[in-house]
Design a protein around this ligand. Structure first.
Ligand code: HEM
Length: 344
C-alpha cells in the first residue's frame, strides 16, 4: 500500500509493510536516530542503547510488534502511549509508577491530571509476552519508553528517536505526587517551572509540547478558554474561527465535558510540525499551548520548529533527556524489575 509521507511537503513516499521510505525520508530518519548525535546532555545515569541485547534479545522487537499491531487497530493509542511516558517521567521519574494499581484510589493514575491517560492495556500485553520470553528481565518503565517511541513510529514505519534502556521500576505510586505535572491552564512561567523541576529547559518545553501534534483533549480542558460562567468569553489568545468551531463541539454544559477535540485541528493524526504553525496562528488548543507564544525565547523556538526536520531533531533530543529523569538503574542501585506492571 502506498501512502504519502508524513515527513512533509508531499514529495516523498513510504510503503506500509514493505519497510521502504522515500530516499530523502530515509536520510532524515537515519540521521535522527544516529547514536551519539544528541550532543550536550546530562551525565548518563546508567542507561544504554540496546541494554537488553544479551539479556533479552527479542525485547525491543516484541515491544514494537505489539505496539504496531495495537496502534494499527486503534490509531488513538499513538497519542495515549506518548502521553503515558511523559506522565510517568514527570512524577517521581521514569519508573512506571503511573502503572501501579496500588494503593487503591490513592495511586498516580487516580490523580486528576491522569484521568484521561490511557494505553495501559498495551503495556500489559507487552509485559505478559516479555515475561513469558525473558522472565524478570525487562522493566515496565522501559516498556513505556519504548512503546511511546514505537506508537509514533508506526506511521513512519521507522523510528523518529532512539530510546535508551536499563531503567528499573519503582514500587510506590501516590496521587499526591501528580502535582508535578504541568497544568493545561498554566502560563509560560508555570510551565517552565514544571519543566525546570525535572532538569528540562525552555527548548525541551517547546520541543516536547510538539507532542500535541497528535491526540485529543477533553472539552473540559478547553472550555475555560471559551466561557466564563454562563457567558461566552473567548480567550483573546485563541483564533476566533477556531473558537467558533470549539464552541460548537464543546457547548457550555456539563454533558459536553467528556467529549473530545483534536489537539491539532489541521493534521490530527500526523506527527508533523503543523502544531507550531497552529501556535503562530493562535490555533493551539490548550491555554498551555498558547502560552508558548507569550515568551520571546519560546516563540523564537516555535518559529524554528515549524520546520519538521528541526522539530524531529529537537523532539528526539528532548525525549532522550525526559527519558532520563530520575531513573532507577543498576548503576545507582535503585529499583526492581516488576513481574506485573500493575503491582509492586
Ligand atoms: C507542556 C506542558 C503540557 C501540558 C500542560 C499538557 C496538557 C495536556 C492536556 C490537558 C491534554 C488533554 C487531556 C484531556 O483533556 O483529556 C494533553 C494531551 C496530550 N498530551 Fe500533553 N501536556 C503537556 C506536555 C506534553 C508532553 C511533554 C507530551 C509528550 C512528550 C504530551 C503528550 C500529549 C499527548 C500525545 C496528548 C494526547 C493524548 C490522547 O490523545 O489521549 N504532552 N496534554
Amino acid at each position: 500500500m502506498r501512502r504519502q509521507s508524513v515527513l512533509g511537503g508531499g514529495a516523498g513516499w513510504w510503503w506500509r509493510g514493505g519497510g521502504a521510505v522515500a530516499w530523502w525520508g530515509a536520510v532524515v530518519l537515519a540521521h535522527l536516530v544516529t547514536p551519539g548525535r544528541a550532543g550536550l546532555l546530562e551525565t548518563n545515569p546508567g542507561l544504554a542503547y540496546n541494554f537488553y541485547q544479551t539479556s533479552c534479545p527479542s525485547a525491543e522487537a516484541t515491544v514494537k510488534s505489539i505496539t504496531w499491531q495495537m496502534v494499527a487497530a486503534n490509531p488513538a493509542l499513538a497519542g495515549r502511549l506518548l502521553r503515558l511516558h511523559f506522565h510517568d517521567c514527570f512524577v517521581q521519574g521514569c519508573d512506571a509508577s503511573i502503572l501501579l494499581d496500588t494503593p487503591a484510589s490513592q495511586n498516580e493514575k487516580s490523580a486528576p491530571p491522569n484521568g484521561s491517560v490511557g494505553g495501559y492495556e498495551v503495556i500489559d500485553a507487552i509485559k505478559t509476552k516479555l515475561e513469558a520470553t525473558c522472565p524478570g528481565v525487562v522493566s515496565c518503565a522501559d516498556i513505556v519508553a519504548l512503546a511511546a517511541r514505537d506508537a509514533v513510529s508506526y506511521q513512519f514505519q521507522a523510528s523518529l528517536w532512539q530510546v535508551e534502556t536499563g531503567r528499573r521500576d519503582g514500587s510506590s505510586s501516590l496521587a499526591s505526587n501528580a502535582g508535578a505535572l504541568p497544568s493545561f491552564s498554566a502560563g509560560f512561567a508555570g510551565l517552565l517551572a514544571s519543566f525546570a523541576a525535572q532538569g528540562l529547559n525552555v527548548t525541551d518545553l517547546v520541543a516536547l509540547s510538539g507532542a500535541h501534534t497528535i491526540g485529543k483533549a477533553s472539552c473540559s480542558s478547553v472550555t475555560p478558554r471559551l466561557y466564563a460562567g454562563n457567558a461566552t468569553s473567548v480567550d483573546p489568545l485563541l483564533d476566533s474561527t477556531l473558537a467558533a468551531v470549539l464552541i460548537n463541539k464543546c457547548p457550555n454544559n456539563a454533558s459536553s465535558s467528556s467529549a473530545t477535540v483534536d489537539l491539532d485541528g489541521n493534521t490530527p493524526l500526523k506527527f508533523d510540525g503543523v502544531y507550531y504553525t497552529n501556535l503562530i496562528n493562535k490555533r493551539g488548543l490548550l491555554a498551555s499551548d498558547a502560552a508558548l507564544m507569550q515568551n520571546a525565547a519560546a516563540a523564537a523556538i516555535v518559529n524554528d520548529l515549524t520546520n519538521p526536520i528541526k522539530f524531529y531533531a529537537a523532539f528526539a533530543m528532548s525525549m532522550k533527556k525526559m527519558g532520563r529523569v530520575n531513573v532507577l538503574t543498576a548503576k545507582n542501585g535503585k529499583g526492581k524489575i516488576r513481574a506485573q506492571c500493575r503491582a509492586p
